[in-house]
Write a protein that binds this ligand. Structure first.
Ligand SMILES: C[S@@+](CC[C@H](N)C(=O)[O-])C[C@H]1O[C@@H](n2cnc3c(N)ncnc32)[C@H](O)[C@@H]1O
Length: 158
């Protein structure tokens, strides 16, 4: 968090979080106070939740460093990652965010539709990228053509 307070990060801070980090830049011992450190972590999360920052490389790398240090502080072995298990994964936002901040994720759900959504979101998109989107577009077009041909043939008499 001390590194997050440096000058080159100033443009990434919101009006709400800037005063605390500016104070920490002038007084590096500020984050020895657990209340201030907790406030800084919450400010960081709030700023990262801003849509404009969600793919920013500085936010991503810092969130991964924080995840790793929390994991190790809680007894996780160096070089391993924490595992986030979500047995009610629904649309998959929790496991997706877990992967983004450097954790491993396990997602499951009672309903097969969310299971498929999670498979696509968490496995197939990272694995196949744009190729998957191109294939979905291609086969979607094929289904549309086939359906149009079938409807024209079946209903041509009317
Ligand atoms: C509110 S949604 C989860 C939303 C998810 N956290 C997100 O951010 O998209 C709850 C999910 O729990 C699943 N669910 C409900 N009862 C369950 C059960 N007994 N076992 C597994 N999944 C269950 C539902 O199918 C639903 O997808």
């Amino acid at each position: 968090m001390q590194q997050w307070a440096t000058h080159d990060r100033q443009a990434l801070l919101s009006e709400e979080s800037r005063p605390r980090f500016e104070k920490a830049r002038k007084r590096p011992e500020l984050f020895k106070d657990p209340e201030q450190l907790r406030g800084a972590l919450l400010d960081f999360i709030a700023d990262f939740a801003n849509w404009d920052n969600c793919t920013n490389a500085d936010f991503l790398s810092t969130s991964r460093a924080l995840t790793q240090s929390a994991h190790e502080a809680l007894g996780g072995e160096k070089g391993t990652r924490p595992l986030v298990v979500d047995p009610f994964a629904g649309g998959g936002s929790i496991p997706l965010e877990a992967l983004r901040v450097g954790a491993d994720a396990f997602a499951s759900d009672l309903n097969p539709v969310p299971v498929l959504l999670n498979k696509v979101l968490l496995e197939y998109i990272p694995k196949y990228g744009k190729h998957l989107a191109d294939e979905v577009t291609k086969w979607g077009e094929w289904i549309k053509q086939e359906a149009t041909t079938w409807i024209r043939r079946e209903f041509s008499a009317f």
